[in-house]
Design a protein around this ligand. Structure first.
Ligand code: PMP
Length: 362
């Protein structure tokens, strides 16, 4: 992004900062650089703005969208919907979003504020059931004239958006930062950690980094307990069918855009709600970063991997760069009980006693 005037909010999609997580690294005794790619700073508030913009622009190039006529329908966990609703508000297309019930009220409110219709669907419906968010979107598309599903689960522009933007931004930031005695750097992205929903992010990041920057880079993917995305498959057995609260990652089917190539994703980890929310609290308290739940999953997965036999040699090497993708922000989740718990039931500050004493005085 240049400092020049932007035509509209789509010019402020992406271009997010890569930020050191030094205090967390210190707390976990890491010698490597722990870095967060902070995607809530994108215009619509998440990493999915990038694919929404890419899918809409590609459909326009292919002549598939007509302003004032086309109806864009998309099944999503919310963030792709917000990105699409933003792009379509700007460009003049109608939008219908199908959203599983578990997704936050904040996402629904944002979607409606951007002018989208929102249809809630049962969270427990299997992906191929007619009442699921995917099934309802398909039923609507069949009946509504000029309706199109851009389909983030199959659309090549989903992983490509990350191969062309998210990945190169990370590489550019690492390459632009000189190695100093305070912050030694290998000059390369040595490890990248990302959660998987559609899998577009982790697939595109892997391709950007391994093909064009550092083929030795280790790619680690996080999948919530209860989801089926991890490989080898037996990792998914222990908590098969379990529900989880974290939004945006995990599925009950393997989307086409998620690579199954073991040379593109080196390690998979299963993450739980509790460790994810604990990691969100640390990102807020230690680093001042207002991230959402799946950012906590990515960080807790990264920390667990760095403490494993595979990760320890990296964790203990000064200058190795470990990048954690932080997909969205806490403003999507402010009414969720898990957030209110980490915000309101946090340990009292050391000032609490002093304040109470002062206010007791007549
Ligand atoms: N976190 C959040 C909050 C998301 O909305 C998504 C998108 N579903 C992801 C992580 C995962 O991204 P991807 O679909 O590219 O795997």
């Amino acid at each position: 992004m240049t400092a020049a005037i932007l035509d509209n909010a789509l010019g402020a999609v992406g271009h997010t900062p890569l930020i050191r997580l030094d205090k967390i690294a210190k707390a976990y005794d890491l010698k490597c650089n722990l870095l967060g790619k902070v995607e809530y700073m994108s215009a619509g508030g998440s990493v999915k703005d990038r694919i929404a913009k890419a899918m809409v622009e590609a459909a326009e190039r292919e002549g598939k969208l007509i302003p004032g006529k086309s109806v864009v329908i998309e099944p999503t966990s919310g963030n792709t919907g917000i990105g699409l609703a933003m792009a379509c508000a700007i460009k003049g297309y109608s939008v219908i979003i199908t959203l599983p019930n578990k997704m936050s009220l904040e996402k629904e409110a944002l979607l409606r504020a951007l002018g989208a219709e929102v249809i809630r669907t049962p969270t427990e419906a299997a992906w191929d059931a007619p009442e699921s968010h995917i099934g309802v979107a398909q039923r609507l598309q069949r009946e509504i004239p000029h309706a199109i599903i851009l389909d983030q689960y199959k659309n090549v522009n989903n992983p490509l958006a990350h191969e062309y933007t998210t990945g190169p931004e990370i590489v550019a930031a690492v390459e632009a930062t000189p190695s100093t005695s305070a912050h030694p750097s290998s000059g390369k992205v040595d490890v990248i950690v990302a959660g998987a929903g559609t899998g577009g992010t982790v697939t595109g990041l892997s391709r950007a980094i391994k093909k064009k920057h550092n083929k030795e880079c280790i790619v680690v993917a996080a999948d919530p307990k209860g989801s089926v995305l991890a490989l080898p498959n037996n990792l998914n057995d222990e908590d098969a069918g379990a529900m989880y609260v974290v939004e945006g990652i995990g599925y009950d089917f393997v989307p086409d855009v998620l690579t199954r190539d073991p040379t593109e994703i080196d390690y998979w980890l299963k993450t739980g709600d509790e460790e994810s929310f604990d990691a969100v609290q640390q990102l807020m308290r230690k680093e001042g970063l207002l991230v959402g739940g799946s950012s906590g999953s990515a960080l807790s997965g990264a920390l667990r991997w760095l403490k494993s036999d595979a990760g320890r040699p990296i964790a203990e090497t000064e200058g190795k760069n470990v990048v954690v993708l932080l997909p969205d922000g806490i403003r999507n989740y402010m009414s969720k009980p898990w957030f209110l718990k980490i915000a309101m039931e946090a340990e009292p500050s050391p000032l609490a006693g002093t304040i109470a004493q002062i206010l007791k005085k007549p």
